[in-house]
Design a protein around this ligand. Sequence first.
Ligand code: NAD
Length: 352
Amino acid sequence: MSVFDHPEFDNHEHVAFYHDDEAGLSAIIAVHNTNLGPALGGCRMWPYINSSEALTDVLRLSKGMTYKAAMANLELGGGKSVIIGDPRKAKTPEMMRAMGRFVDSLGGKYFTAEDSGIAVSDLATMAEESDYIAGVKAHYHYNGEEADGNPAPSTAYGVFVGVRASVEYGLKSDLKGVKVAIQGMGHVGYRLAKHLHEAGAQLFVTDIYPEGVDKAVAELGATAVAPEEIYGLDVDVIAPCAMGASINDETLPAIKAKVIAGAANNQLAREEMGELLRERGILYAPDYVINAGGVIDIFHQRKESSSNEAMREHIEQIGTTLKAIYSRAEEEATATNRIANTMAEERFTAKG
Ligand code: NAD
């Protein structure tokens, strides 16, 4: 299998493969760029069909983390790890400990954290073997909620800050009475709804399961809508907080909202959707910029001299960063997602 000729290879600094037969572990770590600091990126466990599919994922995701860390004003680079296997069937404590040893073997060049298929409890097992495991000792809180290492509360707060900044920039308004439609009432979506409700926004919510929606209707006075209705609603903001590619050729024509700002990763089905949004006068908050609250939280968890206030202030910079992206995009008549990429590259290559 070729790494250097791989279509997703982008001058990655370090790609390591690891196999531990006894522990049943086959894993890959990719470190994309460490110009700004050691690489941070979650560990994903997934039933990849083969190692080639796993390599594609780890190369792509580690690069994304470099951009995300740079735009979150973090002294961190981008990395990612993948374990080949079904997390519901193949995961064992021995495998997690072996993964901890693999992370440790890079000597601090790469820190891992949570991602799909890996829980905080798995990270705790990895941490028995390595100091380079992040996301296991959160001690920050929002709305009285105790933190357990799960970054969703910080992600939600960052998205809230980002929605507020986007509304200020695009609609010249605060959040009072602004109509926001949230797609997905999961870990992030529900918490975002709560922040927005407290700021006076009017909420429309949807999910493919009823629990979160019913709770938002009962506790936050939200209006429930069917999943397919969300795009065409007469609202000011759409906040995608469910799956990727929700902004695509089918959904775009229906959108009436003037702002798209939410937590989901890879919201645009393809990069060019950013330009189509710009042409339609829709302000798009680049996903990896607005959803960086969780990564910022993980960074502060590891920082000796940090505090709840320092972390919140750092997360609040997401608003300032988005406004800088919006004004440069306007000046250069370019899509916001492209401007975000350019700004990230300027930051992480300048340090090289
Ligand atoms: P989650 O799984 O808790 O919530 C997602 C919700 O979306 C679920 O309730 C699910 O039922 C719903 N959903 C799925 N398909 C849907 C559809 N077609 N229409 C409406 N609802 C649908 O996940 P989460 O942790 O809340 O994350 C939400 C998004 O934000 C994901 O894309 C995730 O990758 C991204 N994200 C999360 C974090 C974090 O800290 N949790 C950080 C960065 C990015």
